[in-house]
Ligand binder design. Structure first.
Ligand code: 1SD
Ligand code: ZN
Length: 240
């Protein structure tokens, strides 16, 4: 960036100061969501209206490994999220291992991202940690028992209930960030749900075996951004 500013005619010292200030303004994802830098209060309600019987096209989007994923494309009309009177349409969901977001420094084995866009093509991603549970997740079994191993394979699921992706408790962490894959575009609204999804150890391992190096981006600086939550107790966890 300093070099670009220099080419634009700024003198070297000024270009490097300006560059470091601009870099400080970056608002990238993922982040570590920490009790001591999160603000608690009422937040606009998340009104999900997801199709309980939709078709999915599940693909492995290929190399490079650390940016690739298993993505389920949702048929048009698959679902909406109404938030503060604004409509967001679900386009796809996909998975990362380990989790991209940390909670007080802790990662989960996986994280699911539901990607929504609005009429102006702004993006909102609903993230949900995946923890290892005692049982096979039956709702997600059609995906995790037959994960496409290469870009050549496509898994078509005719009947999928998208509501099984969401918890009953919709407490969340919200902040403004970016895509976690190139081109890392900013202006993405992030809603990280507080309740994890559970998969069995073998379901998690089936995914991990496809991405042995992991497919998560490293944690990015908050750079003064504010994270909001409506989860009671989270902010005071670390007030000792
Ligand atoms: O990694 C995904 C990427 O695959 C694509 O879905 C993009 C949206 O076009 O979103 C990123 S992410 O930020 O949701 N991880
Ligand atoms: Zn993602």
């Amino acid at each position: 960036l300093a070099a670009v500013l220099f080419l634009l005619g700024f003198n070297t010292a000024y270009a490097s100061t300006l560059a470091s200030n601009l870099e400080l303004m970056e608002a990238q994802s993922p982040i570590d969501i920490r009790s001591n830098s999160t603000y608690y209060g009422n937040l606009p309600k998340l009104n999900f209206n997801l199709n309980s019987d939709t078709a999915l096209t599940v693909i492995n989007n290929g190399s490079p490994d650390h940016e690739s994923t298993i993505r389920a494309n949702v048929s048009p009309g698959g679902g909406t999220l109404m938030l503060s009177g604004h409509q967001w349409n679900l386009a796809q969901f996909h998975f990362h291992t380990p989790s991209e977001h940390l909670i007080n420094g802790r990662a989960s084995p996986m994280e699911m991202h539901l990607v929504f866009s609005d009429a102006a093509n702004n993006l909102l991603v609903v993230g949900r940690d995946i923890e290892q549970g005692l049982f096979k997740n039956q709702a997600l079994a059609p995906i995790f028992s037959d994960l496409p191993k290469t870009t050549e394979e496509t898994l078509n699921i005719e009947h999928f209930n998208l509501n099984n992706l969401l918890p009953d408790y919709l407490g969340s962490f919200r902040y403004s960030g970016s895509l976690t894959t190139p081109p890392f575009t900013e202006g993405v609204s992030w809603v990280e749900l507080a309740s994890p999804l559970y998969l069995s150890g073998s379901q998690i391992n089936a995914f991990k075996s496809l991405f042995p190096e992991g497919n998560s981006r490293e944690i990015q600086d908050l750079n003064g951004r504010i994270v909001l939550t409506d989860v009671p107790g989270f902010v005071s966890i670390h007030d000792d």
